[in-house]
Design a protein around this ligand. Structure first.
Ligand SMILES: Nc1ncnc2c1ncn2[C@@H]1O[C@H](COP(=O)(O)OP(=O)(O)OP(=O)(O)O)[C@@H](O)[C@H]1O
Ligand SMILES: [Mg+2]
Length: 457
């Protein structure tokens, strides 16, 4: 049995152990709290740093957003200016271009030697290229500005393909290529002019970038859609360039060395195609293999064949009797406000031995007619946009009222309006785009002359 001192000692040891344990525990706890305290401080530091970073990023983002808005506004402004510039260029640049082309034709006719004629042809060719470039740029900017509205209607693919084939047949022949068209009797719902232009651009490429073989235009119906395919056996396009070729002024150089250098384009054809298919909701796809060829497919809505197709109002269809018709002696009233264009037209028509009266406005037209009441025009050629907002069509209407006859008339303009095309469709006037091609003008005048003989016979 332990003595009292021993028991006291054991008790004191226990108390001591308990106290030691408590002190150790409390030391531990203090250690944890301290490390927690430290962690909290470091976390708070981190949070502060992150918050600062985040606010910096937010400020940056805001600045970038503002820059983007500014850039977008600048781009829109630039696009607007481009459209406006091109629209005025169409009139201001096409006008002298028109005069130059008419004068070149006259100049070419008076050339005595081979060299002179060759030079004239070269200048004519350059002027025509400039005309094509301007026209394409203008059309592209109009498409960008949403200024071109499709005229939806049922389009016969057979008719469309036939006319494209006859347009491109001479080019195919020169290049020793075969151009084939498969008639299917199918119709689509689209804008005939825009669809035609789309296919023309693709076919032009098919023939330009093909050395051997040729191109085939076909169509097939699948469910409610018609797929038009333009396939060629040409040089092909690398898949990684499929997107790039639709960007304006982008041209692949692949294989170009072997192709006819004179046929090089500007890289606008497919840029226009892309804008037109977007406007017309056509799905375009491309398949190609280098050295095997390419195939462009267009997916359009199917349309039922119309019950009766009205006969087309004749512009240049019935050319049968035109061969015997002579232009010489034909009295033509020419109305044009641009002096250079008026003089160019005068030289050209005089060369064809026509008898002319020239005017630059409604007032001058009336004076010209009143000064010689025995002289009455067989035909009228009028520029559409005259000074002081006068319109060629209004002058034509007044002359027709004065003479009491529907005098055959041509309106010349760089950018025909919808109303003009409608009038042309109804056969009331003919429309010619500026710059006027002398051969086309001559063909149209001869045709109109022949038709007026038929009517009066
Ligand atoms: N069928 C094709 N086969 C091979 N390459 C093609 C074909 N179609 C287009 N390309 C390539 O795509 C490029 C762009 O074509 P796009 O029609 O836009 O311009 P372009 O033919 O060079 O000039 P433009 O059409 O303005 O006269 C061409 O330069 C050509 O390299
Ligand atoms: Mg092209």
């Amino acid at each position: 049995m332990p003595s009292d001192e021993q028991q006291e000692l054991i008790k004191l040891r226990k108390i001591n152990a308990a106290l030691m344990e408590r002190v150790e525990r409390s030391m531990d706890q203090q250690g944890n709290a301290y490390s927690l305290f430290q962690t909290a401080i470091s976390l708070e530091e981190q949070v502060r740093r992150r918050t600062a970073e985040l606010s910096r990023t937010l400020v940056d983002l805001e600045r970038t957003n503002q820059q983007l808005v500014n850039a977008k506004e600048a781009a829109e402004q630039a696009n607007f200016s481009k459209t406006r510039f091109l629209a005025s260029a169409s009139h201001d640049v096409l006008q002298p271009l028109n005069a130059s082309l008419l004068l070149m034709s006259t100049l070419s006719a008076v050339q005595q030697d081979q060299e002179g004629r060759k030079l004239c042809r070269q200048v004519e060719h350059s002027l025509e290229s400039m005309d094509t470039l301007l026209r394409n740029l203008l059309y592209m900017s109009r498409l960008d500005a949403g200024d071109v509205r499709p005229h939806w209607q049922t389009v016969s693919l057979d008719k469309l393909f036939d006319s494209i084939a006859s347009d491109f047949e001479p080019i195919a022949q020169v290049r020793n290529l075969e151009l084939r068209v498969r008639r299917t009797g199918l119709h689509v719902w689209s804008d005939p002019t825009m669809l035609r232009r789309t296919i023309q651009n693709i076919v032009a490429n098919a023939l330009r970038y093909t050395k051997k073989g040729g191109a085939l235009i076909t169509a097939g119906k699948r469910h409610e859609h018609v797929h038009i395919r333009i396939a060629d056996t040409g040089i092909g396009i690398q898949p990684e360039r499929f997107k790039e070729i639709f960007v304006e002024f982008q041209r692949c150089d692949l294989g170009r060395d072997d192709l006819d250098g004179s046929s090089a384009g500007l890289g606008l054809g497919l840029a226009i195609v892309e804008r037109m298919v977007n406007t017309l909701n056509i799905k375009l796809s491309l398949n190609s293999r280098i050295n095997y060829g390419s195939c462009f497919s267009l997916r359009l809505p199917y349309a039922e064949k119309p019950v009766s197709i009205a006969a087309p109002s004749g512009t240049l269809q019935s050319v049968s009797k035109t061969n015997n018709v002579k232009l010489a002696g034909t009295r033509i009233l020419v109305i044009e406000n641009d002096l250079a264009a008026l003089q160019a037209m005068e030289s050209l028509l005089t060369q064809w031995h026509c008898k002319l009266r020239l005017a630059s406005s409604m007032q001058e037209t009336l004076s010209a007619l009143n000064s010689d009441i025995k002289w009455s025009p067989d035909m009228i050629i009028a520029d559409q946009h005259l000074n002081n907002n006068e319109r060629g069509t209004s002058v034509i209407r007044i002359v027709r009222q004065l003479t009491g006859r529907r005098v055959p008339a041509i309106v010349v303009t760089a950018d025909p309006s919808e109303r003009l095309w409608k009038m042309a469709d109804q056969g009331r006037i003919e429309v010619m785009r500026k710059p006027v091609k002398p051969a086309q003008l001559r063909a149209l005048l001869t045709h109109m002359r022949a038709r007026s003989f038929e009517v009066s016979a």
